[in-house]
Design a protein around this ligand. Structure first.
Ligand SMILES: Nc1ncnc2c1ncn2[C@@H]1O[C@H](COP(=O)(O)OP(=O)(O)OP(=O)(O)O)[C@@H](O)[C@H]1O
Ligand SMILES: CCCCCCCCCCCCC/C=C/[C@@H](O)[C@H](CO)NC(=O)CCCCC
Ligand SMILES: [Ca+2]
Length: 567
C-alpha cells in the first residue's frame, strides 16, 4: 500500500465526480479523474494541477465520518436529489475540514466530503487522517478563554459563541470559558487562581486592553513561579510557556492585526487550532526601579498619550472615540520638553528605515536569541560596562517633542495598515524609538497622513527613528523652565492657535502622559527595557502572498507523480 511516501490512495467520489485521493505525511490531495485524463491527452499535463487540490496535513482542522442526514454536508445542500442517489451508490462518506485562504490574509474553514461504497475504506481514511493529526504536537487540546463582553462594539460574547466555539468543537479542543465581570478580572485570575497546568494556551476575546490583561496575568504568574522580582529593571524575565490567542473584538486590535494581517475572529480561531506559534518581544516599564507595566505595541508620550487621555473620557462612544480625540489633540498641537536616553541595538542588520518588513518566518527574528539564551543581551551589557566614553553606549537627546513613540512591533491596524514603524520586528529584541520634534501643525499633519499611505513617515527633518534595546525618559519639570523660557511669547509651532480660548494651546504644557498599549501610566519618568521573545502567540506573522500560494499548492504535483494506487 505505502508507495513512495503515500499512506493511502483511493478512487473516491466527490459529489458526482470521481476523484483520486492521496494522503502522505505532508498533504492530502485530490483530483478529478475523468477530466484530467481528457485534458492531459489533449494539452499535456499542465492542466492537471489546475484540477487538483492539496491541503497540508498541518492545515486540516478535523476529519469525521459524515452522517447520512448531515444538514451541513455540501452535497445535501447542493442537491438533495443527487445526494440521495449518491448515498445509495456510495453510502459511506467522510468530511475533511481544512484551512482555505481567501483575500487579505483571511482564513476560512472549508469542507470537502468524499463518498465510497466500502465502509472499511471510509473508516480507514478517517483513522489514517486522525492518526496524522495526532502527530501534530503543537496543536492545543485545552484552552482557557476570557471574553470581555464590553470591548469594542460589545460583541465579544456573540463573536465567540457564533464564530469561534463551533470551530473549537470541530477541532475537539476543550475550553473553559470565563466571561469577565470587571476590568482586570482576567489578569487577576491568571495571576493567582487559574490552574494553568490544565491548559495548552490562553485565549482572550476582546481588544488590545484585554490582551494586555492576559499578558500581565501570564507574565507575572510565570515570574512569581520562578522567583523573579519584577521590580529589578535589569533582571532577565522567564519566558511564558503558554501561548496566547487573540480573538479580535476590540476597537483597535493592533496586536492581532500586526501578527496575523487581519482582524477576523475566524482567521484567529484557525491559527489557534493549527497550533501556530509566533514569539514576541515585551517591553518592561519601570519608574525609579518600581515595575509599572508591560508593553508589546505602542508606548507613546505626547500626541498618542494625549489622544488616549482624552479618549478615555469618551469610552461610551466606542471605537469612534479615537477619531474624535485624535482630531482634538491634533488641533491642540502641544509639545513637551524632556530628555530621552537610549541604548541603540548593536550589530543589527535591519534598521527602521529599510524596506524589509517582518513577515511569517522572518529571518531577522529567527536569528535573535530568545531572552533565555540572552547572548546578544550579554554582548550589549558587556559593551555597556567596557564603554570608554563612560556613556555605556547610551545616547541622549534633549528637546521639544510633539510625540515620542516606542513601537516594539509595526503597530499596523486598520487605521494605519503599515503601522507606526512599518519595518519593526515582532521578535528581534528591539523597539523603534520615534521622535517627532516640535514642528508646524501642517508638517505634523503631513507626517500623520503618511501613516495612511505609501509615503515614508520618517522622511521629515523633524522626525528621527532609532532601533533600541532600552530607553529612559525624563520630562523637563515646569519649575525648571527658565525665566527666559517663560517670558517667551506663546510657543507657536506654525499656525495661529485654533483653540484660542485655552491658555495652554501651543505651549509646552508641563507634562503629557505615557500610553502603554492603550493604558495610561501614572508616571512620566520611565525606564524601558525590551525582553526578547518573552511570550508566544497562536499566530505565524503576516504571510506574504507568495507564502500563501505555496501553502495552498504545495505538493500536488509531487503527489500525482507517484504511482497510482490499487484501490
Ligand atoms: N467585564 C468587564 N467590565 C468592564 N471592563 C472590562 C471588563 N472586562 C475587561 N474590561 C476592560 O475593558 C478594557 C477595554 O477592553 P478591550 O481591550 O477588550 O476593548 P477596547 O478598548 O474597545 O479595544 P482596544 O484595546 O483594541 O482599543 C480593557 O482594559 C479591560 O481591562
Ligand atoms: C490625517 C489622518 C491621520 C491619521 C493618522 C493615523 C495614525 C494612526 C496610527 C495608529 C497607531 C495605533 C497604535 C496602537 C496602539 C494600541 O496599543 C492602543 C491600544 O489599542 N491604541 C491606541 O492607543 C489608539 C490610538 C488611536 C490613534 C488615533
Ligand atoms: Ca521588536
Amino acid at each position: 500500500m505505502e508507495k513512495q511516501g503515500r499512506l493511502l490512495s483511493s478512487k473516491l467520489h466527490q459529489g458526482r465526480r470521481q476523484v483520486e485521493v492521496v494522503l502522505n505525511r505532508c498533504a492530502l490531495a485530490w483530483k478529478e479523474i475523468e477530466k484530467s485524463k481528457r485534458r492531459s491527452s489533449g494539452t499535456g499535463s499542465v492542466s492537471e494541477t489546475a484540477l487538483s487540490h492539496a491541503v497540508q496535513v498541518g492545515e486540516i482542522v478535523a476529519v469525521c465520518k459524515t452522517k447520512d442526514d448531515d444538514p451541513d454536508s455540501t452535497e445535501t445542500r447542493r442537491s438533495r436529489k443527487t445526494a440521495k442517489q449518491l448515498s445509495k451508490l456510495y453510502p459511506h462518506s467522510f468530511t475533511v475540514s481544512y484551512v482555505r485562504r481567501t483575500s487579505q490574509h483571511q482564513w476560512r474553514c472549508s469542507d470537502v466530503t468524499f463518498h465510497c461504497a466500502n465502509q472499511g475504506l471510509c473508516e480507514q481514511w478517517v483513522q489514517l487522517i486522525n492518526e496524522q493529526l495526532s502527530l501534530l504536537s503543537n496543536r492545543p487540546k485545552s484552552l482557557l478563554v476570557y471574553i470581555n463582553p464590553y470591548g469594542g462594539t460589545q460583541s465579544g460574547k456573540r463573536i465567540y459563541e457564533q464564530k469561534v466555539a463551533p470551530l473549537f468543537r470541530r477541532a475537539c479542543i476543550s475550553t473553559d470559558v470565563i466571561v469577565t465581570e470587571r476590568a482586570n478580572h482576567a489578569r487577576d485570575h491568571l495571576k493567582t487562581e487559574a490552574n494553568l497546568d490544565k491548559y495548552d494556551g490562553v485565549v482572550c476575546v476582546g481588544g488590545d486592553g484585554m490582551f494586555s490583561e492576559v499578558l500581565h496575568g501570564l507574565v507575572t504568574r510565570t515570574q512569581t513561579n520562578n522567583g523573579v522580582d519584577l521590580n529589578q529593571p535589569d533582571t532577565e524575565l522567564v519566558p511564558c510557556s503558554l501561548r496566547i490567542g487573540i480573538i479580535p473584538a476590540g476597537s483597535t486590535d493592533c496586536i492581532c492585526f500586526a501578527t496575523v494581517g487581519t482582524n477576523d475572529p475566524v482567521t484567529s480561531a484557525l491559527h489557534i487550532i493549527v497550533g501556530d506559534s509566533q514569539p514576541m518581544d515585551v517591553c518592561s516599564v519601570h519608574h525609579n526601579d518600581v515595575f509599572l507595566r508591560f508593553s508589546v505595541s505602542l508606548l507613546g508620550y505626547g500626541f498618542y498619550g494625549d489622544v488616549l487621555t482624552d479618549s478615555e473620557r469618551k469610552r461610551w462612544l466606542g471605537p469612534a472615540r479615537y477619531d474624535l480625540s485624535g482630531v482634538k489633540t491634533f488641533l491642540s498641537h502641544n509639545y513637551y520638553e524632556g530628555t530621552i536616553s537610549f541604548l541603540p541595538a548593536e550589530n543589527n542588520t535591519a534598521t527602521p528605515r529599510d524596506k524589509l518588513q517582518c513577515r511569517s518566518g522572518c529571518c531577522v527574528c529567527l536569528h535573535q536569541p530568545s531572552s533565555k539564551d540572552g547572548e546578544q543581551w550579554e554582548m550589549s551589557e558587556e559593551k555597556e560596562k567596557s564603554d570608554k566614553d563612560g556613556s555605556g553606549g547610551w545616547s541622549a537627546i534633549r528637546g521639544k517633542f510633539i510625540a515620542i513613540n516606542a513601537a516594539s512591533m509595526s503597530c499596523a491596524c486598520p487605521r494605519s495598515p503599515k503601522g507606526l514603524s512599518p519595518s519593526a520586528h515582532l521578535a528581534d529584541g528591539t523597539t523603534d524609538l520615534i521622535l517627532v520634534r516640535k514642528c508646524s501643525r501642517l508638517d505634523f499633519f503631513r507626517h500623520l497622513l503618511r501613516h495612511t499611505n505609501k509615503d515614508d513617515q520618517f522622511d521629515h527633518s523633524f522626525v528621527e527613528v532609532h532601533r533600541v534595546r532600552k530607553f529612559r525618559f525624563q520630562p523637563r519639570h515646569r519649575e525648571l523652565l527658565s525665566l527666559e523660557d517663560l517670558s517667551e511669547s506663546p510657543k507657536k509651532t506654525g499656525f495661529s492657535p485654533i483653540c484660542s480660548a485655552r491658555t495652554t494651546c501651543n505651549y509646552s504644557t508641563a507634562h503629557s502622559s505615557w500610553t502603554c498599549d492603550g493604558e495610561l501610566l501614572p508616571h512620566t519618568a520611565i525606564q524601558v527595557s525590551v525582553q526578547c521573545q518573552l511570550i508566544r502567540l497562536f499566530a505565524r506573522g503576516i504571510e506574504e502572498q507568495q507564502q500563501q500560494e505555496q501553502c495552498v499548492f504545495e505538493d500536488p504535483c509531487t503527489l500525482w507523480a507517484l504511482e497510482p494506487s490499487t484501490h
